[in-house]
Design a protein around this ligand. Structure first.
Ligand SMILES: NC(=O)c1ccc[n+]([C@@H]2O[C@H](COP(=O)([O-])OP(=O)(O)OC[C@H]3O[C@@H](n4cnc5c(N)ncnc54)[C@H](O)[C@@H]3O)[C@@H](O)[C@H]2O)c1
Length: 300
């Protein structure tokens, strides 16, 4: 577990959800932390509850001047930055036909242009400081599509691509750049995403681990990427999603009743064997036909 004593880290979106959990974790591990968030009630609450080593700054990542001023203030009050976690973001769920230019522009302004503003400021500061780590939050929706998320997925895919170029460009200056892609995480953002409990339960059931992430579980990934334990990691995307994007949940959980009988020709070959196994695991009775006729064992 990396000790951040003597280090200064700036976290955008640091007044709620994943960003706030990361601010708390970094403070526990000894860092001085500048937390940037919109000037709203969440910022006031964070000011009231976070310990003195946290510097809270109200600023919008969509505004380049405000971002640059926040970086200047963070370094002048807390010392040179060694890490930046860009966790600010917004989500708007809307069918594409109903997506207005304003909605598109708002999501792009925060998630994509905001990430650029923060990455540019981080590149300048961390390079001047002799190196460091920049982590930009993306999403599992940078890897897969979902109905209603055209604007959001476009920005999150852009974050992945941007981070790969930044990693290539900034490596000579000792600056590592990685993206972090959470799956669905229990934060205030999530509360606005589901129309009702049934929708929430259906979404949860599609995660192999059968639950959403906690903000703390994502914060641990961010802290690992920010600290020296990941010193050889750059240009990658850390996915923390309970297995959702890496697996295929099509298999019925109960296999008591065979679903059908299937004849597979060439079932002894490499691909054929996999198909026979998949079908048998899914509950089908499989007959595998090869040069030397053989019948698969009864499915369990
Ligand atoms: N919660 C999830 O399920 C989930 C899943 C994947 C990715 N993400 C991403 O993680 C990030 C954090 O999400 P969360 O769930 O913690 O959200 P949240 O709504 O709980 O917190 C969002 C934070 O971003 C800040 N913010 C919003 N707009 C800003 C702006 N223009 N300038 C500066 N700060 C701004 C808010 O002040 C707040 O601190 C987002 O980028 C989101 O897209 C979330």
């Amino acid at each position: 577990m990396h000790d951040f004593t003597g280090r200064t880290v700036l976290v955008t979106g640091g007044t709620s959800g994943i960003g706030l959990a990361t601010v708390r974790l970094l403070l526990e591990r000894g860092a001085s932390v500048a937390a940037i968030g919109l000037p709203d009630r969440q910022l006031d609450e964070a000011c009231a509850t976070l310990p003195g080593r946290a510097l809270l700054i109200g600023a919008s990542v969509a505004n380049a001047d405000e971002v640059d001023e926040a970086f200047t203030r963070a370094e002048s009050e807390l010392g040179p930055l060694s890490g930046v976690f860009n966790a600010a973001g917004i989500s708007r769920v809307m069918p594409v036909a109903a997506t207005t230019d304003d909605l598109w522009a708002a999501v792009v302004a925060v998630n994509l242009t905001g990430t650029f503003h923060v990455a540019r400021a981080a590149a300048r500061r961390l390079s001047d400081n002799g190196g460091g780590s920049l982590v930009c939050i993306a999403s599992e929706l940078s890897l897969v599509g979902q109905a209603g998320y055209t604007a959001y997925t476009a920005t999150k895919g852009g974050v992945l691509a941007m981070c790969r170029s930044l990693a290539a460009e900034l490596a000579p200056a000792g600056v590592r750049v990685n993206s972090l892609s959470p799956g669905t995480t229990d934060t205030p953002m999530l509360a606005a995403e589901f129309a009702n409990e049934e929708e929430r339960a259906r979404d949860q059931a599609s995660v192999p681990l059968k639950r959403f992430a906690t903000p703390q579980e994502i914060a641990h990934g961010a802290a690992w990427l920010l600290g020296d334990e990941s010193s050889y990691v750059t240009g990658t995307n850390l996915v923390i999603d309970g297995g959702r994007t890496g697996t295929f949940l099509s298999r019925p959980e109960s296999r008591s009743e065979p679903m059908s009988s299937v004849l597979v020709t060439g079932g002894a070959g490499f691909t054929g064997r996999h198909i026979v196994t998949e079908l048998a695991d899914a509950g089908h009775r499989v007959v595998s036909y090869n040069r030397d006729f053989l019948e698969s064992p009864d499915p369990t």
